[in-house]
Design a protein around this ligand. Structure first.
Ligand code: SAH
Length: 356
């Protein structure tokens, strides 16, 4: 049996041909699955009963749906999706003034082991399938109240999306296909720790927004907190960003996690401004979100503001992203893939917030 949520339109067209079904069946099925999000083949009412029976012998519609939802005091909702092999990932719905952003996970666990991120602690389990990626969007929809709509999707949850390239690029195509999820390209953002070959491929394959976690201004500091820097050092990363094909009026987002006394000094801000010269970018500063056992601290507000001021004076559009959802372990770097562990992280974050 094959899961229909694992099929791109092109793959489905191939299957339909083999089944000797009319070519338009592919579009019908594809729209039912991704546009209307049906959970049974019987719900595809414009397909004859006989054809549906034939389909049911070969296909099913995957996605166990959200297993559990938890809501933060700031309105951020985190949900856990469990998969048939016992693994689970978390996704986050983040409300904004004029938007509702869905943060999607791309892998169960993560192999990169960034020292400040709790996902890396659990290690890497496996890549998510196209069905598991798409199901996060459909589960989010199922959770929303009737007057709500996801406006933006960010691939910034658990995992490194560019290390699950093939499924992620199919997912991006489905996200931005008006016959499927129908998000415009500029409402979708992929965040990477700096996998250079993946950045190059993405530049050729997709027109979505790119975010890159720079997090440090020299190889020594970056290598200490992001082991991936040994393979893809800063200089090469920066040069890949300079070469990245950007459409008119579009920017690369540079993410910089601020860790107290590690990378939050004024001198570092000056270095960052210099490093990024020549890249059309805006900068998101993310003050460290705590979790139990972390060896880092959240920077002082004064240092965060000073860091931002240096960058703004150097001409960079700079935002300070106080992550939402910290009280339920839903903030950047707090996703562990299990609500049990998430709660432990959440408690420490809430505790930290109280004691600051
Ligand atoms: N692997 C991708 C996407 C997941 S991480 C990447 O590295 O970009 C998403 C963002 O959260 C990254 O910018 C990362 O640097 C940041 N982040 C991770 N842990 C964090 C923490 N504890 N506090 C604040 N930001 C964190």
């Amino acid at each position: 049996m094959k899961d229909l949520r694992n099929f791109t339109y092109e793959d489905l067209a191939q299957e339909v041909k083999v089944l000797e079904e009319k070519p338009y069946r592919a579009l019908q099925i594809y729209s039912w699955v991704f546009r209307f999000g049906v959970t049974s083949i019987d719900a595809m009412t414009d397909i004859s009963k006989a054809s549906r029976e034939k389909l049911k012998e070969l296909f099913f519609i995957g996605g166990d749906g959200a297993v559990k939802v938890i809501t933060s005091s700031d309105g951020t909702r985190k949900f856990l999706s469990g998969f048939s092999d016992g693994l689970s990932v978390e996704s986050v719905l983040i409300p904004g003034e004029d938007r509702l952003t869905l943060c999607v996970s791309s892998q169960a666990g993560c192999a990169l082991r960034c020292a400040f991120c709790v996902t890396g602690k659990t290690g890497f389990s496996r890549n998510l399938t196209l069905s598991e990626l798409s199901s996060q969007v459909l589960s989010a929809r199922a959770i929303l109240s009737p007057n709500e709509r996801v406006t933006n999707v960010v691939l910034m949850g658990m995992g490194e999306p560019l290390l699950n390239y093939d499924n992620v690029i199919k997912f991006i195509n489905i996200l931005t296909d008006s016959r499927a999820f129908g998000f415009s390209h500029n409402k979708v953002t992929l965040s990477t720790a700096g996998i250079i070959p993946g950045i190059k491929r993405l530049g050729e394959d997709a027109k979505i927004n790119l975010a890159v976690s720079i997090n440090a201004t020299d190889d020594k500091t970056r290598g200490d907190i992001m082991p991936v820097n040994a393979k893809y050092p800063l200089k090469e990363l920066i040069s890949a960003l300079k070469d990245y094909p950007l459409a008119n009026k579009r920017f690369i987002t540079i993410e910089y996690v601020l860790l107290k006394s590690v990378n939050d000094g004024e001198g570092r801000a000056v270095e960052l401004a210099r490093l990024l010269r020549g890249i059309r970018c805006k900068i998101n500063l993310i003050p460290f979100n705590g979790w139990q056992g972390a060896r880092f601290e959240t920077p002082d507000e004064r240092d965060v503001t000073r860091f931002a001021d240096v960058l703004r004076r150097a001409g960079y559009e700079t935002f300070i992203r106080f992550s939402k959802g910290a009280d339920v372990g839903a903030a950047c770097g707090q996703l562990s893939g299990s609500f049990g562990k998430g709660f432990a992280g959440a408690q420490s974050a809430a505790f930290q917030a109280e004691t600051l």
